[in-house]
Design a protein around this ligand. Structure first.
Ligand code: LMR
Length: 329
């Protein structure tokens, strides 16, 4: 085996960035935790592709999926330090730093995708985004994933009492924690990258997530029961480091904003399609027993979870809570 260069062979010339025009190329590192064949994974790739097509000599987007660079626990800190320039955490992942974002985690807050859109594009979204700027972050757009479903290795989750005594993996969200407590369950908070292993090891009996996350991380293969409950919504905020963003040349920034707006639009349809197709794949596999929550069962859950709204009023703030309640009616 030859190590190094043979003595009579000249070393390759160092990469001449100046000559290739890449010296001043702006690099945007985009770190996320999900698989590539998901609404977020594909939207990140789409964004990178459009940037390559329209700004190739000036901006390069590098996408790091599956938490290979940072887990969701560390990506926001990495963004504020400027180690990465763009992230798209799920709303729940913002609630530690910004408790009012918990409003989007409230169980059965959204009767439909349309209600989600109304909240994000209206006053609620505006208020929430304004909070990020205090922490040198700018929320540029919202990306969709979908409604969350419940899974368990232990028993079918049909009535609230079925949750008793089981431990569920949760995101770092007080609202989601209270949601499971109201159902008589215990919780274990952990990053997304640890969910599969924890389920396999039996550290948790169950979890909640979107179909696309349950499918792409093969969680359905290690759970026995899944309830299509649509009890909560999982979406993303595309966030940039504000100083970095404002330091960009104005023409580049506005082109990037335009591309991100197009990507958000594209992601909306894709998210619904993927969740739909991947549910079919899960059904076809025959591995997991699927229960569709009936209207009566849904009412039982809503009744059991009503206390979460009261418990979280202070954390979220009464006016925001009132707005979300209005939307759900
Ligand atoms: C999770 O941790 O379950 C989600 O936030 C993962 C994601 O980013 O969709």
């Amino acid at each position: 085996i030859l190590i190094g260069f043979p003595p009579n062979m000249s070393k390759p010339l160092p990469f001449d960035a100046e000559q290739t025009g890449l010296k001043d190329r702006i690099v945007i590192k985009f770190s996320h935790v999900v698989a590539e064949n998901t609404p977020k994974g594909l939207a990140a790739e789409r964004f990178a592709k459009l940037v390559r097509e329209r700004l190739s000599d000036r901006v390069e987007v590098q996408v790091y999926p599956n938490g290979i660079l940072y887990s969701d626990k560390h990506e926001l800190d990495a963004l504020s330090r400027g180690d990465i320039q763009m992230v798209a955490p799920s709303f729940s992942n913002l609630t530690n730093a910004f408790p009012s974002w918990g409003v989007l985690d409230l169980p059965f807050a959204f009767p439909s995708q349309q209600a989600v859109d109304e909240a994000l594009q209206g006053e609620i979204g505006e208020q929430l985004l304004a909070e990020l700027t205090d922490a040198n972050m700018a929320g540029i757009s919202f990306w969709h994933n979908g409604f969350k479903q419940m899974t368990s290795a232990q028993r079918p989750l049909i009535h609230p009492s079925d949750f008793t005594g089981q431990t569920f993996r949760i995101l770092p969200s007080k609202v989601v924690e209270e949601q499971f407590h109201a159902l008589g369950a215990q919780t274990a908070m952990m990053p997304f990258t640890e969910v599969y292993r924890s389920v396999v090891n039996g550290d948790v009996e169950g979890q909640e997530n979107t179909i696309s996350n349950i499918y792409s991380k093969r969680i359905y293969q290690v759970q026995r029961y899944m309830t299509i409950s649509n009890h909560g919504y999982l979406g993303y905020t595309v966030i940039v480091n504000q100083s970095f963003w404002e330091g960009l040349p104005a023409d580049i920034r506005s082109e990037l904003e335009q591309i991100l707006a197009e990507t958000a639009q594209w992601n909306r349809g894709l998210a619904q399609q993927l969740n739909h197709e991947q549910l079919d794949e899960i059904k076809k596999s025959g591995i997991v027993n699927i229960h569709q929550l009936s209207a009566e069962e849904r009412d039982e859950w809503i009744k059991a979870l009503a206390q979460v709204y009261i418990q979280m009023e202070q954390e979220i703030g009464a006016p925001l809570l009132a707005q979300i309640k209005e939307l759900g009616q």
